[in-house]
Design a binder for this molecule. Sequence first.
Ligand code: NAD
Length: 330
Amino acid sequence: MNSMKTAVFSTHKFEREYLETAFKARQVNYIASSLSVETASLAQGHEVVSIFVSDNASAPVLQIFSKVGVKFLALRSAGYNHVDLAEAKRLNIKVARVPEYSPYAVAEHAVALMLALNRKLIRAHNRVMEQNFSLDGLVGFDMYGKTVGIIGTGKIGSVVARIMHGFGCRILANDQIENNELKSKYDVVYTDCETLCKESDIITLHVPLTPETKYLIDKNCISKMKRGVMLVNTSRGALVNTKEVIEALKSEQIGYLGIDVYEEEGGLFFEDRSEEILQDDMIARLMTFKNVLITSHQAFLTDTALRNIAETTVENLDCFERNIPCKNEL
Ligand code: NAD
């Protein structure tokens, strides 16, 4: 059987070799451009399109896809809040995602943010590079014995819980579904969001972005947190109201912020913008705080995850081509 022609939008250098290995002899057109209304017609002549987490498959984009004959959308991500699923259904474009590629990659990055913030590793390294070997201002805290609040104990949050248990932390969790293994083996205590906020020294977010979770962390929620709390977000930017988080950083209610995702990351993250004038005042303000650590949506970026993303994308495509049920279809 001849493989269907596939257009891969937002192909990045970091993933190209993994995609080429997984796609093997298939007919693939690697497109560097991200997906938008302006670029969607590049899919002309392809029945399959693969998109990255930063691409926006909005209704107008999907309508162009439909006109040029696209039948299947293969997401190279677990999250799917960037796809208008209702419109895809209406246009009879099937959509499949990669629900799990390495929860360890994301969980370990969340912990890396916690440790780097706590032990002020970036400042320490910059000082040493300047031959400043002073330790003043670099005091951290023992993770052992601290309370960590995990919001969302699905695939990623449950790995964070196991790692935090290894550090000797007390673990509070909030999720609609309680994980019995976490309770029995890792002493995780489920509680409501308010109690978790009141009692945690570190709060880490692992829920998906939905209308219900948008701005889950707002000024009301922040006001209930311990003064000087550490907040870590490796999930989706809009889970936190960034403007209100900035106010809380200024008033020192939030003592540390680690983010891998940002509300306005579209059109900013994943590209080298070092020659440009930064237009985003909100991230510019975040960048001025010494107790804020920002990475540009790289929590997933391990070799294991990239291999799994590429392989599952091809498996999803296989199912579509062979017209058999796909467990990853949305
Ligand atoms: P998952 O579906 O396994 O777990 C999500 C958990 O959140 C579930 O247990 C669910 O019950 C819970 N939940 C949903 N709504 C809730 C609510 N309102 N209150 C409390 N709990 C709620 O997902 P996962 O694989 O663990 O991924 C979590 C998120 O991480 C993804 O949705 C994605 O946005 C993000 N992510 C980020 C990266 C990155 O590179 N930064 C990579 C992968 C995933």
